[in-house]
Design a binder for this molecule. Sequence first.
Ligand code: BGC
Length: 817
Amino acid sequence: MKYKEIISKLTLEEKAALCSGKDFWHLVDVGRLGIPSIMVTDGPHGLRKQNQEKTAAGDVLGNSAPATCFPTASATASSWDIELIGEMGKALGDECLKENVSVLLGPGVNMKRSPLCGRNFEYFSEDPFLAGKMAASFINGVQSKGVGTSLKHFAANNQECRRMTIDSVVDERALREIYLTAFEIAVKEAKPWTIMNAYNKLNGTYCAENKWLLTDVLRDEWGYNGLVVTDWGAENEIVDGIKAGKNLEMPSSGGIGPKKIVNAVNSGELDVNVLDKNVDTILELIFKGAENLHSNYDCDMKAHHALARKIAGNSMVLLKNEENILPLDDKSKKIAFIGEMAKQPRYQGAGSSLINPTELDSCYQEFLKNGYKVAYARGYDKTTDEVDEKLIASAAELASKADIAVVFIGLTEIYESEGFDRKHINLPPSHNALVNAVLEKNENVVVVLSGGAAVSMPWLYDVKAVLNGLLSGQASGGAMFDVLTGKVNPSGKLSETYPLNLDDTPSRYNFPGTLLTVEYRESIFIGYRYYDKTEKEVLFPFGFGLSYTQFEYSNIKLSKKEFTDNETLVVSFKVKNIGERDGAEVCQLYVASPESKIFKAPKELKGFKKVFLKSGEETTVEIELNKRSFAFYNVNVHDWHVESGEYKILVGTSSREILLTDKVSITSSIEVDVPDYKLQAPVYYNGDMAFATDDEFTAVLCHKIPEKERDMSLPIDKNCTLEYAVGTKRGEKITKVITAVVEKIGGGGINSEMMKNTAFQIPLRCFVTMSSGVFNDEMCDALCDVLNDKPLTPSAMKLLKNIPSALKKLPELFKSM
Ligand code: BGC
């Protein structure tokens, strides 16, 4: 232990207090021993340092110090640019130092299991290798400044619906190969100072107290020795959590957690040495976090805006460009800009990552500033999905007079947020109607999309070009100008598949699950792994993106043709820019495994490199592969295993456009049995695993599928949510009251939706631990009694009387979240 001496001077109460937050964003200090308090805050693509006093009721997430809103992970991942995201990390580190923040709560590396997850914009990819590499570089960037990060949300938190209680039921192989890999890469390559455990349960146990996850895998296997912090309110039983390998409860539980620790030590339930070790890890973070803070640290916010623009320009994905309608480099052309997003960009998602930007570019203004003749029509009202015929008619009228119509559409704020998932992958009807109306008047239509998740595009075949701007931060308007005019040659590639429709997606029948569980029946077949295996057509494949130039691939070479799995292999090939413009290309390397007794994806991404080439320039790209590039996770031996055989190396410009192929023969260094599910679970070999039956899923899960539904005759307890109680007589009434109050406070928009989900889907225990004293334990017990339709005790009566005033304080409850 590093801080043995200080720990010997701490009282039991002080040690326990250090294991919980001081408030919403600070850690506890102990002045007499020189232990300072440090601040941690969101994250991930900007700093959300809240000004708590000034936060108005209803404005639950706003009012933070101005900070650069960098492109969200939906965009940065599409840049596939490791160096650039490292630069972004450094800039974020600087902004943390400027605001005296010691840990930035990000990045998020959860997999995009379904396009519906409300928080996909905050996550990198459907591919764990890409997500892990981007996250590692981000973390290294931030931490190079002496500021920590929090890799989140560990693990299998792939939906917002019931995220605080749901049990993610995932087989071990899928966990290892898909859901844990990005965390593993980031932990091993970047050593994040902290890791944030997810709210949900993983295979039956809350992540906050999952020993297998937090100790066996994270610490013992991956060698992690940093701090594990709960997601805000993800604590269940603090003592169980500490024993399992979690260190810090956030935010403060108002003394409840520390009291439990003191009692557990006194009763012998918690070994004081375990507590001391825990405190040692917390002190390590506090001292490291405080070390680099000094007053008057400043950074160049203008330079950060410029960096945000550069990253955004490198991230946007050109999806279509017929007749080379783009770039728009002829200033004499009459251009109609149609759609409110041309002037008011959609550039970030809602929830805890909501940044108060230092400035905000508008694409329309950029065009005007640069001497283009652009006229504007609003086309729709961003705050509603209703089709406004008048707005559409005047947009169509404008389009009829223009040479080119550029239509700015996308997912509006209400579609993408923390706290709830999307219900479908359609764009707002008013946006699709607008494109169709414009198409009737003008055949030169360019669509500029905004949004952090896959959408369907019913007008795709009729428009000439589509630029996917994703959610690219405060400089997205400027970056759109750069890409649309050719100042920047587009080089982004999709970091997730765009399916033809929701019905094609692998988790469609198992998302978001039932009241108790969500079953990952598709196992390892997520994203392109699924579409490839089931040979489904897609709208746009993983890794796809066009450029204004063309690249030619040639001359693939392998450093050896045969190798054993403990060696490394270097794949090299040439790429040439054969077009007329300079530009960057993302070269992708996939590995295809030989036929096996175990099911495998047809190919998996194992390497990539982004290269910038001037027109006519050629370069040799080298990518190194190792054992993990060829291994699958063998649950028979609980280890990575490369089977002997011939593997294909596939190099291409997207997952569905492979341009070079070679093969390598591998000899395994171990002889072990490979699980064979052909008889028990044939669907994983030659069927559609979205339809895996109970028996088939049980076979790969290697244990019984847990109960999906709750026995509603069981009494409501503190781990239940209000959702569990809608069936009880009083539950129904209380639900109605809360719905009405939340609607009122949230103003009916995105805040209401988020609050409603939070109110009904947080375990009742969190009303106490997260309410800064508004609710107490006694009130929570009384609430359970009330919901259980028990005779009303005096404290239940008091509670009921107090409900209206407690509800008035609801904004308090949500204020700092
Ligand atoms: C989110 C985290 C975030 C935390 C603090 C939680 O609701 O899941 O990502 O860092 O709040 O705002």
